[in-house]
Design a protein around this ligand. Structure first.
Ligand code: ZN
Length: 242
């Protein structure tokens, strides 16, 4: 099976549309979404529609999805994230609220891999995996072979061999007997100093993952953020991938 795995779309329709064009050339069997469909950007409804109806993604919830529904405390969000969350909440229809509310925090796929937004231990806390020790904690909690995640908006893969190692490579081989955590990066707000949208292709027969980086119209996404009255910084950061 070949999967396209997207995460952290953050209401950025310009980025999502270009990513979908690329996915269509990749001959995938199924689409997976690791959460944070909304929050930050100006087109939450359009992004929800594409994930649900166009891609028919198997989707899990991220912290911004929960935040828009009031399911998680936004006191720890920075001022811009808070403002965007409150704006997003106003945009959602009853049906969209129901859909987001129905999303689970973890999914296990039959081919021995798992999906989560932040961490495998206490996924409802939405902690970040940034160090080898953070990765170790989630690898310990991983039943299967591979876990795909998002949340930090930085594509990186951690492996559990005798030690924890990692790679920033865009072509990742998943060796038998080595557990891995694959962060697929962010479609709508990359933060690894590369402004191109990020997503992953996973081929379970070849045991390979490819991180793909896709150019999109950043000016257009930024203009929509400004026109919606959302904080300027949310438009500006897209240019730098931060
Ligand atoms: Zn996110």
């Amino acid at each position: 099976m070949r999967y396209a795995i997207i995460s952290d779309l953050h209401s950025n329709l310009d980025a999502l549309e270009r990513v979908i064009e690329d996915i269509k050339k990749q001959k995938v069997d199924r689409h997976l979404c690791l959460g944070d469909i909304i929050g930050y950007g100006a087109q939450p409804n359009e992004c929800i529609r594409l994930v649900r109806e166009e891609l028919k993604c198997l989707t899990i919830a991220g912290n911004h999805d929960w935040a828009a529904l009031g399911k998680t405390n936004i006191d720890y969000f920075n001022a811009y994230a808070k403002e965007a969350t409150l704006w997003t909440r106003e945009q959602l229809s009853e049906d969209e609220v129901k859909y987001i509310d129905s999303l689970p925090l973890i999914e296990h796929l039959p081919e021995d891999f798992t999906l989560v937004h932040g961490t495998l231990y206490n996924p409802e806390l939405f902690d970040y995996i940034q160090t080898s020790y953070d990765a170790y904690l989630s690898l310990q909690a991983l039943d299967g072979r591979v876990c795909f995640l998002g949340h930090s908006h930085v594509p990186i893969t951690f492996f559990q061999g005798e030690m924890i190692s990692y790679t920033l490579s865009q072509e990742i081989s998943l060796e038998v007997g080595v557990k891995a955590l694959v962060n697929v990066g962010s479609v709508g707000q990359p933060r690894d100093d590369n402004p191109k949208a990020s997503y992953a292709i996973y081929d379970t027969d070849k045991r390979k993952v490819w991180i793909r980086r896709i150019e999109y119209d950043i000016e257009s996404a930024g203009k929509k953020i400004r026109d919606a009255g959302l904080p300027e910084v949310l438009a500006e950061r897209l240019k730098y991938g931060r």
